[in-house]
Design a protein. Structure first.
Length: 361
């Protein structure tokens, strides 16, 4: 009889816990103290009073933060943690260097974290345990969101340019981007313009690090200056923001067509996700070895079965090389297709450059 009662009690506990589930995304919400309140609680039972305890531990430092909420009401369905419960929660930091950094900044530095949520009945954490769920995540800081094109200070003649930037690293499933483009009035700083001026482009829900000029947006105006910025977000939570870059529309001094002063180092281009090749690839590198022929190949990413043939031979000399690979006459390249170039530099180092091919204007 004792064995039967124990089994029944165990089953009952399992059923009770199954009535409550906690949804939490550590890769996004586990980066800040405030992110803890983004967790959601699903209640498949009746309305009742509960409290929540959150314990955050780091593999090498142990427990770093303990959070205990006051009582709050859970209604049937999916519940957010009430703002009042979050505001009045008791937050206790451990006595460690890591905990001190977290308490001062509100952010979790890089580390291997466990986030454990304990949902208890009633107003005290000593009440019956309704649900317990733990989430593990090896948190790495996001790299800064790097803009690629148009480059800061560029002079363009294209009044409907495309924009590209480096993707968020480390990658987060479901991340989307927002791009903002504004005119910079005379006497304004780019930061002020981004914050106060009406947007020419305010595009959200961008799934990849590239934004073509929207068909409904008005053309940019020659002689004017513009500023742009990109942010990465998921579920309305901003994960990273780029710097603010500016460029001018100036057809007489177009740095991308009328001159080739805008050669970018191949190391910088290789860090980005996409480069826009308008009929040709432009990049620069330093060669400390003897003159030779550049070794490179190009593959199509849009249609991997497509063969790239008859690439031009490129001679490189010792010293600074500004390389121009003319692709405009090669029928292997299709407008708006994605490609990847593998380059073996004279010192043996290999680089990869992903690019979008656009027909030369």
């Amino acid at each position: 009889m004792r064995v039967i009662l124990t089994a029944l009690f165990t089953c009952l506990c399992m059923v009770v816990k199954a009535q409550f589930t906690i949804a939490f995304m550590p890769e996004v919400q586990g980066r800040t103290i405030d992110g803890m309140w983004k967790a959601r609680i699903s209640n498949n039972a009746v309305r009742q009073t509960v409290n929540l305890k959150i314990t955050i531990t780091e593999a090498s430092s142990g427990t770093v933060v303990t959070i205990q909420t006051p009582a709050f009401e859970l209604i049937p369905g999916v519940n957010n943690i009430p703002a009042g419960a979050a505001y009045n929660a008791a937050v206790t930091f451990a006595n460690s260097k890591l905990a001190k950094v977290i308490s001062q900044s509100g952010f979790f530095p890089a580390g291997d974290y466990d986030y454990c949520f304990q949902l208890s009945a009633g107003a005290s954490h000593t009440g019956a345990l309704l649900a317990e769920q733990c989430f593990n995540y090896n948190l790495e800081p996001f790299s800064s969101l790097q803009l690629i094109q148009p480059y800061d200070g560029d002079k363009l003649c294209d009044k409907r340019p495309s924009f590209s930037w480096q993707p968020l690293i480390p990658a987060v499933n479901g991340v989307q981007y927002r791009m903002l483009l504004v005119e910079v009035k005379e006497g304004q700083q780019p930061v002020e313009a981004i914050r106060t001026n009406m947007a020419i482009i305010n595009q959200r829900n961008i799934p990849m690090p590239l934004q073509l000029y929207p068909s409904l947006a008005t053309d940019l105006v020659e002689g004017k200056k513009y500023a742009w910025q990109v942010s990465a977000y998921r579920n309305d939570l901003i994960l990273a923001e780029s710097e603010i870059w500016e460029f001018n529309i100036d057809c007489e001094k177009d740095s991308t067509t009328s001159s080739r002063e805008a050669f970018r180092n191949i190391d910088d281009l290789a860090k980005g996700n996409f480069y826009i090749a308008r009929g040709e690839l432009l990049f620069a590198f330093n060669n400390t070895y003897e003159a030779t022929t550049l070794q490179y190949t190009i593959r199509c990413l849009t249609k991997p079965e497509q063969q790239i043939k008859k690439l031009p031979k490129i001679k490189v000399t010792r010293g600074r090389n500004q390389v121009v690979i003319d692709l405009s006459a090669n029928r292997s390249f299709t407008d708006s297709y994605f490609y990847i170039m593998n380059v073996k530099l004279p010192d043996g180092e290999e680089k990869q450059l992903r690019f979008i091919y656009k027909n030369a204007e």
